[in-house]
Write a protein that binds this ligand. Structure first.
Ligand SMILES: [Zn+2]
Length: 302
């Protein structure tokens, strides 16, 4: 549990106390070392190839970006370089010369960990901004404040503040002795099985959400619900809270509205799957997922 999950933003100083300091933010925007993270719809700019790389914009193109009037979202400082996210939808700039806009999840695990975190963070922020141009209370346009970490209603009678959202979801590995219960969602690639998961509801504790989701999906009662680790998952706006839970019995019944199938796997079967890389027709979730991490940490405990 000492190793951060993929997309966890290690080494990024968010400088939260400086976001309201407009002079500080303006200095960073005009600093030639500053890098910009362009996002087009839900896609990030990547230099593809055998070793894909995140594309950060600086220099001439950065001046074109900052001069465009588009909203800049301050992400933070990494090794003395400030980073801003920018939604480039609607801007007429030749960014495609620098790379290709792709879904981060296609290449995420191949990127340098911190670059993956910055791109995910930028994607989550721009997504939220695009959906909060108007006040949810009175319908008036909102404006950016705090360097992109808040939107405020421009109606003087309202002035409602809107903050970027992160929706908690629980994800849990359910075990019973030497077996783990994995399921298949309808949209999963053929052969893939993963841990169960679901969104936390208002007024619910995380532990209760774990127990409820497991019961809803496979009609299993759990005990010993224990926190493992978390993973930012801004695709579009979640944080995955990883848990372990022990089933009270091995009997289960799949809810067809929630899952295509589920079954118990022994440690030996899962280790085979890990080693065979899917050649047995069964494979584990992607390497950058917390689901994979929950399973592998449990296998390593043996
Ligand atoms: Zn309002």
């Amino acid at each position: 549990m000492s190793r951060p999950n993929f997309y966890a933003a290690t080494g990024i100083d968010r400088a939260t106390l400086k976001r309201e300091d407009e002079a500080f933010i303006q200095d960073l925007i005009s600093d030639s070392r500053t890098r910009f993270v362009p996002v087009l719809q839900e896609r990030n700019l990547i230099q593809s190839g055998r070793e894909p790389k995140a594309v950060f914009v600086s220099g001439m193109m950065a001046r074109a970006l900052t001069g465009s009037g588009a909203e800049l979202i301050f992400l933070g400082i990494v090794e003395e370089q400030a980073h801003f996210a920018i939604d480039v939808g609607g801007l007429d700039l030749p960014l495609e010369q620098m790379g290709e806009f792709v879904d981060l999840r296609q290449v995420g695990p191949l990127l340098f960990h911190r670059d993956g975190s910055l791109l995910a963070y930028a994607r989550g922020m721009t997504y939220w901004h695009r959906r909060h141009k108007f006040c949810g209370v009175c319908g008036t346009p909102t404006k950016v404040v705090k360097a992109g970490h808040e939107r405020q209603c421009t109606n003087p009678e309202c002035k409602a503040q809107h903050f970027p959202r992160t929706d908690p979801a629980v994800i849990m590995l359910v075990t019973h002795g030497d077996q783990a219960l994995l399921g298949r969602g309808r949209h999963f690639p053929a052969g893939m099985h993963s841990t169960l998961a679901g969104f936390v509801e208002p007024g619910e504790s995380l532990e209760d959400a774990v127990a409820r989701e497991v019961f809803e999906e496979v009609a299993v009662r759990v005990k010993d619900v224990r926190y493992h680790s978390s993973q930012p998952w801004p695709f579009p706006a979640s944080i995955m809270l990883g848990y372990r839970a022990e089933a009270q019995s091995t009997e289960y019944e799949v809810n067809p509205d929630e899952l295509e199938s589920a079954r118990w796997f022994t440690r030996a079967e899962l280790k085979d799957a890990q080693a065979s890389r899917g050649t047995t027709g069964f494979f584990l979730p992607r390497k950058d997922s917390i689901a994979r991490r929950l399973i592998e940490d449990w296998l390593d405990q043996d």
